[in-house]
Design a protein around this ligand. Structure first.
Ligand code: ADP
Ligand code: MG
Length: 236
């Protein structure tokens, strides 16, 4: 099984560089793992949106992304698909710990991302968890050291980093900052800076934001390495 997986991974990786995802019509035409393709189909997702086409192709190459696209454009899959593919490519398993961290401003958004991840990640074996306010921290405390993908709000995450000795992110491969401008508007600037300073430098980062303010640019400078700009203005 694992040999088959390795063969598929090698074949997919060979396609990343010359592949132009902006030209594809269907997810099944993108160089994605069979597990992801099947789950997308089961979840009723057939065609990628504009921001998904642009971001997924670039993210698969390992590039950092600074993305701007309006609400409802499909940013969740634009980052969840690269997260799943990256962990799949690295043969990530439960022993490897935290591989992906997704930060979003509110609990509601965290829940929505979690629900979408449960659907598109259903064929993969990665564990996922929510780290958000309003839940029992003790329960979270025991489990955060075993989870592969964490979806969190900034305040609660920093609390774990500061207070929970079980929490480690030494192996982190990819960071996603969702609705980064809203995180800053809600007063999380210092929290976000502290979180980013706690993370391994050698990682991929995908940052999505609806607006480009001065403080957003500061956050981008702190968190991204030679980012590619993805800006999508779809005709609604
Ligand atoms: P954003 O984060 O940019 O506001 P979401 O990721 O929440 O957008 O997606 C908005 C809506 O579009 C959701 O209901 C989602 O299920 C749907 N959606 C996203 N991508 C696709 C797709 N490729 N095909 C069909 N529906 C999609
Ligand atoms: Mg969103």
């Amino acid at each position: 099984k694992s040999e088959l997986d390795k063969k598929e991974i090698k074949k997919l990786a060979e396609q990343y560089d010359q592949f132009d995802s902006t030209k594809v019509k269907f997810f099944k035409d993108m160089p994605l793992s069979r597990k992801t393709i099947l789950a997308l189909k089961d979840s009723g997702f057939a065609k990628p949106t504009e921001v998904q086409k642009e971001s997924i192709g670039l993210a698969l190459r390992g590039l950092d992304i600074l993305g701007a696209a309006k609400t409802g454009s499909g940013k969740t899959l634009a980052f969840l698909i690269p997260v799943l593919e990256l962990l799949n490519n690295k043969l990530w398993s439960n022993q490897d710990g935290l591989g992906a961290l997704i930060i979003t401003p509110t609990r509601e958004l965290a829940y929505q991302i979690y629900e979408t991840l449960k659907r598109v990640g259903q064929k993969h074996d990665f564990s996922a968890g929510l780290v958000i306010g309003g839940k029992d921290l003790k329960f979270e405390r025991k489990r955060v050291d075993q989870v592969n993908i964490i979806i969190c709000t900034p305040g609660r995450l920093l609390q774990h980093m500061d207070e929970n000795p079980m929490f480690t992110c030494d192996n982190l491969q990819i960071l996603v900052l969702d609705e980064a401008d809203r995180c800053l508007d809600m007063g999380f600037q210092q929290t976000m800076n502290s979180i980013i300073e706690n993370l391994p430098k050698d990682r991929q980062t995908l940052l999505f934001s609806a607006t480009q303010t001065k403080s957003l640019k500061d956050l981008a400078r702190l968190s991204l390495k030679s980012p590619v700009y993805v800006s999508v203005h779809e005709n609604a």
